[in-house]
Ligand binder design. Structure first.
Ligand SMILES: C[S@@+](CC[C@H](N)C(=O)[O-])C[C@H]1O[C@@H](n2cnc3c(N)ncnc32)[C@H](O)[C@@H]1O
Length: 235
């Protein structure tokens, strides 16, 4: 997932999510008493836009992503941050004051790994630490659509299909990257899980968090079918 072409396209065409969410996320950290100098681990850091903003705001940031192409890119976007290739459910998490997983990262995990990830994050966080993430919860009707976006040197087409039970979503992503006179074509299939917010809340409470949900980060609203969680580790 997120091989070279899609990683670059995501950074150029979809990096606006992390940029626009950053002020609201920084406000969540401040109001949760997570001060500059604290360590924030960003799971599924993508091209490193959010870790770079954390660094700029005086936080220490570690970014982790399963995509080598994204981590390569992140090293140029956030050169002062620690960036690692690793999977959310396998990588060792250091003791830290905040963990973030933004842009549907946890929706890529199969159901059994969801609770396990909450437990690992709870173990890593200091008491009062905050875990901020957003996930896909689906919309009133199963999504079934195609879309495409083009820029100067690339184009991307996405076909989205949800199962009727609205528990799973598959994205077929075709990227076209200009190469000489033609375009290099690559295809990725992304399988995501649509969560039930009640289950997520219950999972967080069971692992020692109190939580609230948000429909955006500050003034930046999450896209339809997404829900954010701000979970504080109980002392
Ligand atoms: C939609 S992108 C969001 C990237 C970034 N957080 C942002 O907001 O721009 C989802 C990210 O989750 C990462 N991801 C998915 N499953 C993962 C896993 N098991 N471990 C680490 N990263 C994962 C992908 O590689 C990708 O970078």
């Amino acid at each position: 997932m997120y091989r070279t072409d899609l990683a670059r396209i995501h950074h150029e065409g979809f990096g606006g999510f992390a940029r626009r969410a950053a002020p609201g996320l920084l406000a969540i950290l401040r109001t949760s008493n997570i001060r500059p100098g604290s360590l924030v681990v960003d799971l599924g850091c993508g091209s490193g836009i959010w870790p770079a903003r954390l660094d700029l705001a005086g936080y220490r940031a570690i970014g982790i992503d399963q995509s080598r192409a994204f981590v390569r890119l992140a090293r140029t976007v956030a050169p002062r941050c620690q960036l690692r290739v690793g999977s959310v459910h396998r990588v060792a998490l250091p003791r830290c004051q905040a963990v973030t997983a933004l842009g549907e990262v946890l929706s890529y995990l199969p159901a059994p790994l969801f609770g396990a990830t909450f437990r690992r994050v709870a173990r890593a966080l200091t008491p009062g630490g905050v875990f901020v993430f957003d996930i896909m919860i689906g919309q009133p009707h199963p999504a079934n659509y195609r879309n495409w976006i083009a820029s100067g040197r690339w184009a991307v087409g996405v076909a989205v299909r949800e199962n009727p039970a609205r528990t799973r979503l598959v994205r077929q992503i075709d990227t076209f990257w200009r190469e000489g006179r033609g375009y290099r074509r690559r295809r990725e299939i992304h399988r995501l899980r649509l969560a039930n917010p009640r289950d997520v809340r219950a999972g967080l409470r069971a692992t020692g968090f109190r939580c609230r949900t948000v429909t955006g980060y500050g003034r930046y609203p999450l896209a339809p079918g997404r829900l954010g969680f701000v979970a504080i580790k109980r002392a």
